[in-house]
Design a protein around this ligand. Structure first.
Ligand SMILES: NC(=O)c1ccc[n+]([C@@H]2O[C@H](COP(=O)([O-])OP(=O)(O)OC[C@H]3O[C@@H](n4cnc5c(N)ncnc54)[C@H](O)[C@@H]3O)[C@@H](O)[C@H]2O)c1
Length: 386
């Protein structure tokens, strides 16, 4: 089977976990184990069918390095799924992307934040022609992993995807797939896209969603839903700049608000808070989330729920991205254009259309099944359909 070729903008912790995960699940020893993956097979595609063909970053410790080195370079601080000395040499060299608003000023204050924990911008290497690289590398999917608040950079890379005719996967809370104007641009170009802002595999957002769904399904009113998050990676450091945070808070709260909207429950009835609360360097890529819910049950009787989650943030997102890549590839092969509703609702915090977990999962399964049906259709039947 032909490989799904991916290009990535932003070789930070999430990209590192994704690329290490592809190597891990590509190893014959781990090939047949579904452990850690939601969907080992999507429309005939497994994690082994994905290969990275292009990568962009702006940090001087990553630009010019081969991927096998760049994914372990500082300030990346996630856990190793594959030890650096076991990772095979990559042919892909990280190219200099376009800086735009990708780097927050406060992160360049090295008196406050040691270089190993923050960004160091490459000011010397010229920025490459991203569209040309996407075309020449024959990328099938372009993944955006910009820091939160990179409005211009995300829009720049989204436009590059359109110009190079490559489906786009927007993992961050800048609204592209959920913005009808941007969706229309992708439809006009005959391309599908998924977004916005990854919903990790077993993270704070999916837990908040399931708690909210459960409360409603069991006839409870949700009076208050508070989700706080603390971490020590560059994602959390970047979000210390409140000006970059607006869309992240909207996106995190959307996960909960969506569930009210689906059931026509006014959100004003629920006190909502979901967002990053602090940066604590010691935690590195370990994220701690706490949940506090106050509900009203039978006859108005009060219910209170408190919980704490501890996860490694970046690998928690990588499996979801491996799924989203395959949904996008399948959709593109089937000629589907625009924002994928089911796959976006399943894998992202702010999809174009709110859905319950069950409905989103159903749509994903249907999409994958459509490719398999197409593959097994007799050739004569396929020709007749054309
Ligand atoms: N579980 C998760 O970790 C999770 C979940 C949902 C969303 N996200 C979002 O995914 C994004 C990536 O997260 P991360 O932890 O990998 O962040 P990170 O800080 O580790 O990586 C960001 C990378 O982008 C690079 N960069 C900055 N500006 C750039 C530009 N203009 N062009 C190219 N590269 C540029 C940086 O040098 C860095 O390597 C963030 O926006 C984060 O909020 C992460």
């Amino acid at each position: 089977m032909e490989k799904i070729k991916i290009a990535i903008a932003g070789i930070g912790n999430c990209a590192s976990s994704l690329i290490q995960g592809l190597e891990y699940y590509g190893n014959p020893k781990n090939q047949n184990t579904p452990d850690g993956m939601m969907a080992p097979n999507i429309g005939g595609y497994t994690a082994q069918d994905i290969e990275v063909v292009a990568a962009f970053d702006v940090d001087k410790r990553k630009v010019g390095q081969t991927l096998d080195k760049a994914i372990y370079a500082k300030p990346n601080c996630t856990i190793n799924i594959v030890e650096p000395n076991k990772f095979p040499k990559s042919k892909v060299v990280v190219q200099k992307g376009h800086i735009l608003d990708g780097i927050s000023e406060h992160m360049l204050n090295y008196d406050k934040y040691p270089e190993d924990t923050t960004f160091v911008v490459d000011r010397e290497t010229p920025e490459v022609d991203v569209v040309k690289v996407l075309k020449e590398s024959k990328a099938d999917i372009f993944i955006d992993y910009m820091p939160v608040g990179s409005e211009e950079a995300v829009k720049f890379y989204a436009q590059c995807a359109i110009d190079a005719h490559v489906p786009f996967l927007n993992c961050i809370p800048v609204f592209i797939a959920s913005d009808p104007k941007w969706e229309q641009k992708f439809i006009d170009a005959g391309l599908p896209l998924i977004g916005d802002d990854m919903k990790s595999q077993f993270g704070a957002s999916i837990l908040s969603q399931m708690l909210q769904e459960l409360a409603f399904a069991r006839g409870h009113k949700v009076k208050c839903h508070i989700q706080q998050n603390v971490g020590g990676n560059t994602d959390f450091l970047n979000m210390m700049n409140q000006n970059r945070l607006k869309s992240k808070k909207i996106s995190k709260e959307n996960v909960i608000r969506c569930q009210n909207d689906i059931r026509h429950i006014p959100t004003d009835d629920t006190f909502l808070f979901a967002g990053p609360s602090d940066y604590i360097r010691y935690y590195k890529d370990n994220k701690i989330a706490t949940f506090h819910l106050e509900l009203e049950g039978f006859g108005g009787s009060p219910v209170s729920f408190d919980a704490r989650l501890s996860v490694i943030d970046s690998p928690n997102s990588a499996g979801v991205v491996i799924d989203a890549i395959r949904y996008l590839k399948v959709a593109h092969e089937l000629g589907i254009t625009g924002s994928l509703h089911g796959a976006s609702a399943f894998t992202q915090k702010t999809p174009p259309f709110p859905m319950t977990f069950e409905d989103a999962e159903f749509e994903c399964r249907e999409l994958a099944a459509r490719r398999l049906t197409k593959l097994t259709e007799p050739q004569a039947h396929r020709n007749k359909k054309k």
